[in-house]
Design a protein around this ligand. Sequence first.
Ligand code: SF4
Ligand code: SF4
Length: 381
Amino acid sequence: MAFISSGYNTEKPMENRITDIGPIKYDNFYPPVIAKNKGKWLYHEILEPGVLVHVAESGDEVYTVRVGGARLMSTGLIREISEIAEKHCDGHLRFTTRNNIEFMVDDKSKVEPLKKDLAGRKFPGGSFKFPIGGTGAGISNIVHTQGWIHCHTPATDASGTVKATMDEVFKDFQDMRLPAPLRISMACCLNMCGAVHCSDIAILGYHRKPPMLDHEYLDKICEIPLAISSCPTGAIKPAKVEWKGETVKSVAVNNERCMFCGNCYTMCPSMPLSDKTGDGIVLMAGGKVSNRISQPKFSKVVVAFLPNDMPRWPKMTETITRMVETYATDARKYERLGDWAERIGWERFFDKCEIEFTHHLIDDFRDPAYYTWRQSTQFKF
Ligand code: SF4
Ligand code: SF4
């Protein structure tokens, strides 16, 4: 009956049928030169940091100027991006997975005016609005998560830590002096909406205390079975608790089993776990998704905890800068950070980067270190 009342004709079931119910199809937005040469590209080159050329079989060329973007943008900035794309690129642009913006033109003569226009636009404080770079053997934009802007479980901020880090490594955004690409990622809790598990350097927000239990309201605002089943380690069980002379239904947490993931808080607002001293940052290193030289790898924890010293997180940025500089001078050409650490040995990685190796680093996320650190009598820590 519902079909009939909404106009569905059982005699002609395909009539007026709508199947394309997702976002509008991407090829509506191709720049003409890309539509014309789709699937027929011969090669591409990075002409200079931030500028690429793709050459098609037909001889057509596409020049791309890549600039750093941000994950959170005002409509004013987006309008300005659109205005640039309309002025130079016939109204076309694209965003990369790392929130870079790419402006594409179909003729070499259009590159310099575009670059000049982009480099000339600045924020009132003097910083580039559209810094050109982020290609090849340098540091591209940092992918990151929501942080204190609007997620409920972060152990640190996302935009703030990324801004502090990017300010320190910005010269490598506009340069390609490194042995290979170096990808930095950030996730503000271990649920990791960001790609921190497979980045050369990763910043991870980490809680160190189990959830607090608000027995007074827990049964009133949470579904206790849902809270229990949300825990990946089975650390939560139902409990009857004495509260202000009454027996109330609540939960108990086995703190030994808790890995401070915050899933229970997602399901039950009466189990918050944010804590001023308990929350902070873990640094990881050596992950990648590339197949070159070695298989893709997970990042390993290299700094177990750094406090949340906002607004600039100086200990975090110092450690990251040290890793970048040591990698830049010590690795061989084409070696990613993890390839370099494995070649010289992870002990040397810690020595050279002046990072203390502690017992907290023995396990990493997925497996006991037995499988992941190099195991032999030469392992000195
Ligand atoms: Fe929220 Fe965690 Fe994702 Fe950060 S990483 S946005 S805290 S779920
Ligand atoms: Fe379980 Fe995670 Fe909550 Fe700890 S924080 S009790 S591991 S759901």
